[in-house]
Design a protein around this ligand. Structure first.
Ligand code: ADE
Ligand code: ZN
Length: 339
């Protein structure tokens, strides 16, 4: 079996995926047209050509612009359903999906419109694709802690449909400490906690996410490699990192995949996982991230199996389900031994 097929069939969970980052230009044009809105591009090719980024902010500017055509419950359903079908084809048995309600509520879209549309797609994926999934509400860190708290208030009545809270958007100059109170409140209400840290921000932001926000996993976290004491802590405490290799290259965190720290972190014993972040913008869904990373960093079947099992172990699934899924990975890898 070739590497791409193996990486597609390998059972895995996706834990770092922004649903607004799965908005393919074809669907963007279709939704803009039915909502009577214009986007500042003439064609799908023109949209794709605009996806050249210098850093996180240059990407976020285009990403928020794309999301601005989403208005109705059907729009959010179609967006999520398109992703879930692609994920199932990529061997994803379970997905924990980020959504950014403030991107929509700040434009006058009701919180429930977003949530109901996404939720119906998740239920459909369970029935039609046999795939489990969950939603994680991300607070936009370029906005205020007070705005995050108001968003949490909107989420409280829907606790049964949202597994956790996260923190995303512009990282530089927006340390996790700003959001301590809203994370305290969210965890007290029963939400699990995750946060983007150490993508562009310094290793100290990873430590803050652990110490102050008490996150169960760190999104990205790749700059932890610059701090040996922090690396030892990640290993000792088994802290999962949701790493997104193609994203990091597209946003110039690393020059090429061959320069990526994932292989070194894996060898060091850090619980790293592979994810796609915003696949419509970064040139590959999760299986593509696995294959291109394995190729560039010379990862073998043992490393691929570890990455896949890490993805289930780092998920918010019940322990018994995690064991079953990890056994599936072992059986898959045993049946496809390296030649
Ligand atoms: N929102 C969507 N993708 C993101 C990323 N890679 N970092 C921070 N915020 C994001
Ligand atoms: Zn992200």
């Amino acid at each position: 079996m070739d590497l791409d097929t193996l990486c597609r069939r390998l059972p895995k969970a996706e834990l770092h995926l922004h649903i607004e980052g799965t908005f393919e230009p074809e669907l963007m044009f279709a939704i803009a047209a039915r909502n009577g809105l214009r986007i500042p591009y003439g064609s799908v090719e023109e949209v794709r050509a605009a996806y050249e980024f210098d850093d996180l902010q240059s990407f976020l500017d285009i990403y928020y612009q794309g999301a601005s055509v989403l208005l109705t419950e059907q729009d959010f359903h179609d967006l999520a359903w398109a992703y879930l079908q692609r994920a199932a084809a990529d061997g994803v048995g379970h997905a924990e999906i980020f959504f950014d309600p403030q991107t929509h509520t700040d434009r006058g879209v009701a919180f429930e419109t977003v949530l109901d549309g996404l939720w119906s797609a998740l239920r459909r994926a369970e029935h039609e694709l046999g795939m489990s999934s969950a939603l994680i509400l991300c607070f936009l860190r370029h906005l205020s802690p007070e705005a995050a708290m108001a968003t949490l208030e909107q989420a409280l009545p829907h606790r049964d449909r949202i597994v956790g809270v996260g923190l995303d958007s512009s990282e530089r100059g927006r340390p996790p400490s700003l959001f301590r109170e809203v994370f305290d409140r969210a965890r007290a209400a029963g939400f699990r906690a995750v946060a983007h840290a150490g993508e562009e921000g310094p290793p100290a932001y990873v430590s803050e996410a652990l110490d102050l926000l008490h996150v169960a996993r760190v999104d990205h976290g790749v700059r932890a490699i610059e701090d040996e004491a922090l690396m030892q802590r990640l290993v000792d405490d088994g802290v999962p990192l949701t790493v997104c290799p193609l994203s990091n290259v597209k946003l110039r965190v690393f020059d090429t995949l061959a320069d990526h720290v994932l292989g070194r972190m894996l060898a060091r014993g850090v619980r790293v996982t592979v994810n796609s972040d915003d696949p419509a913008y970064f040139g590959g869904y999760v299986a593509e991230n696995f294959a291109r990373t394995a190729e560039a960093l010379h990862l073998g079947h043992a490393e691929l199996a570890t990455l896949a099992k890490n993805s289930f172990e780092a998920s918010f699934l019940p322990p018994e389900r995690i064991r079953q899924l990890c056994d599936e990975v072992d059986r898959f890898v045993a049946a496809h031994r390296e030649s």
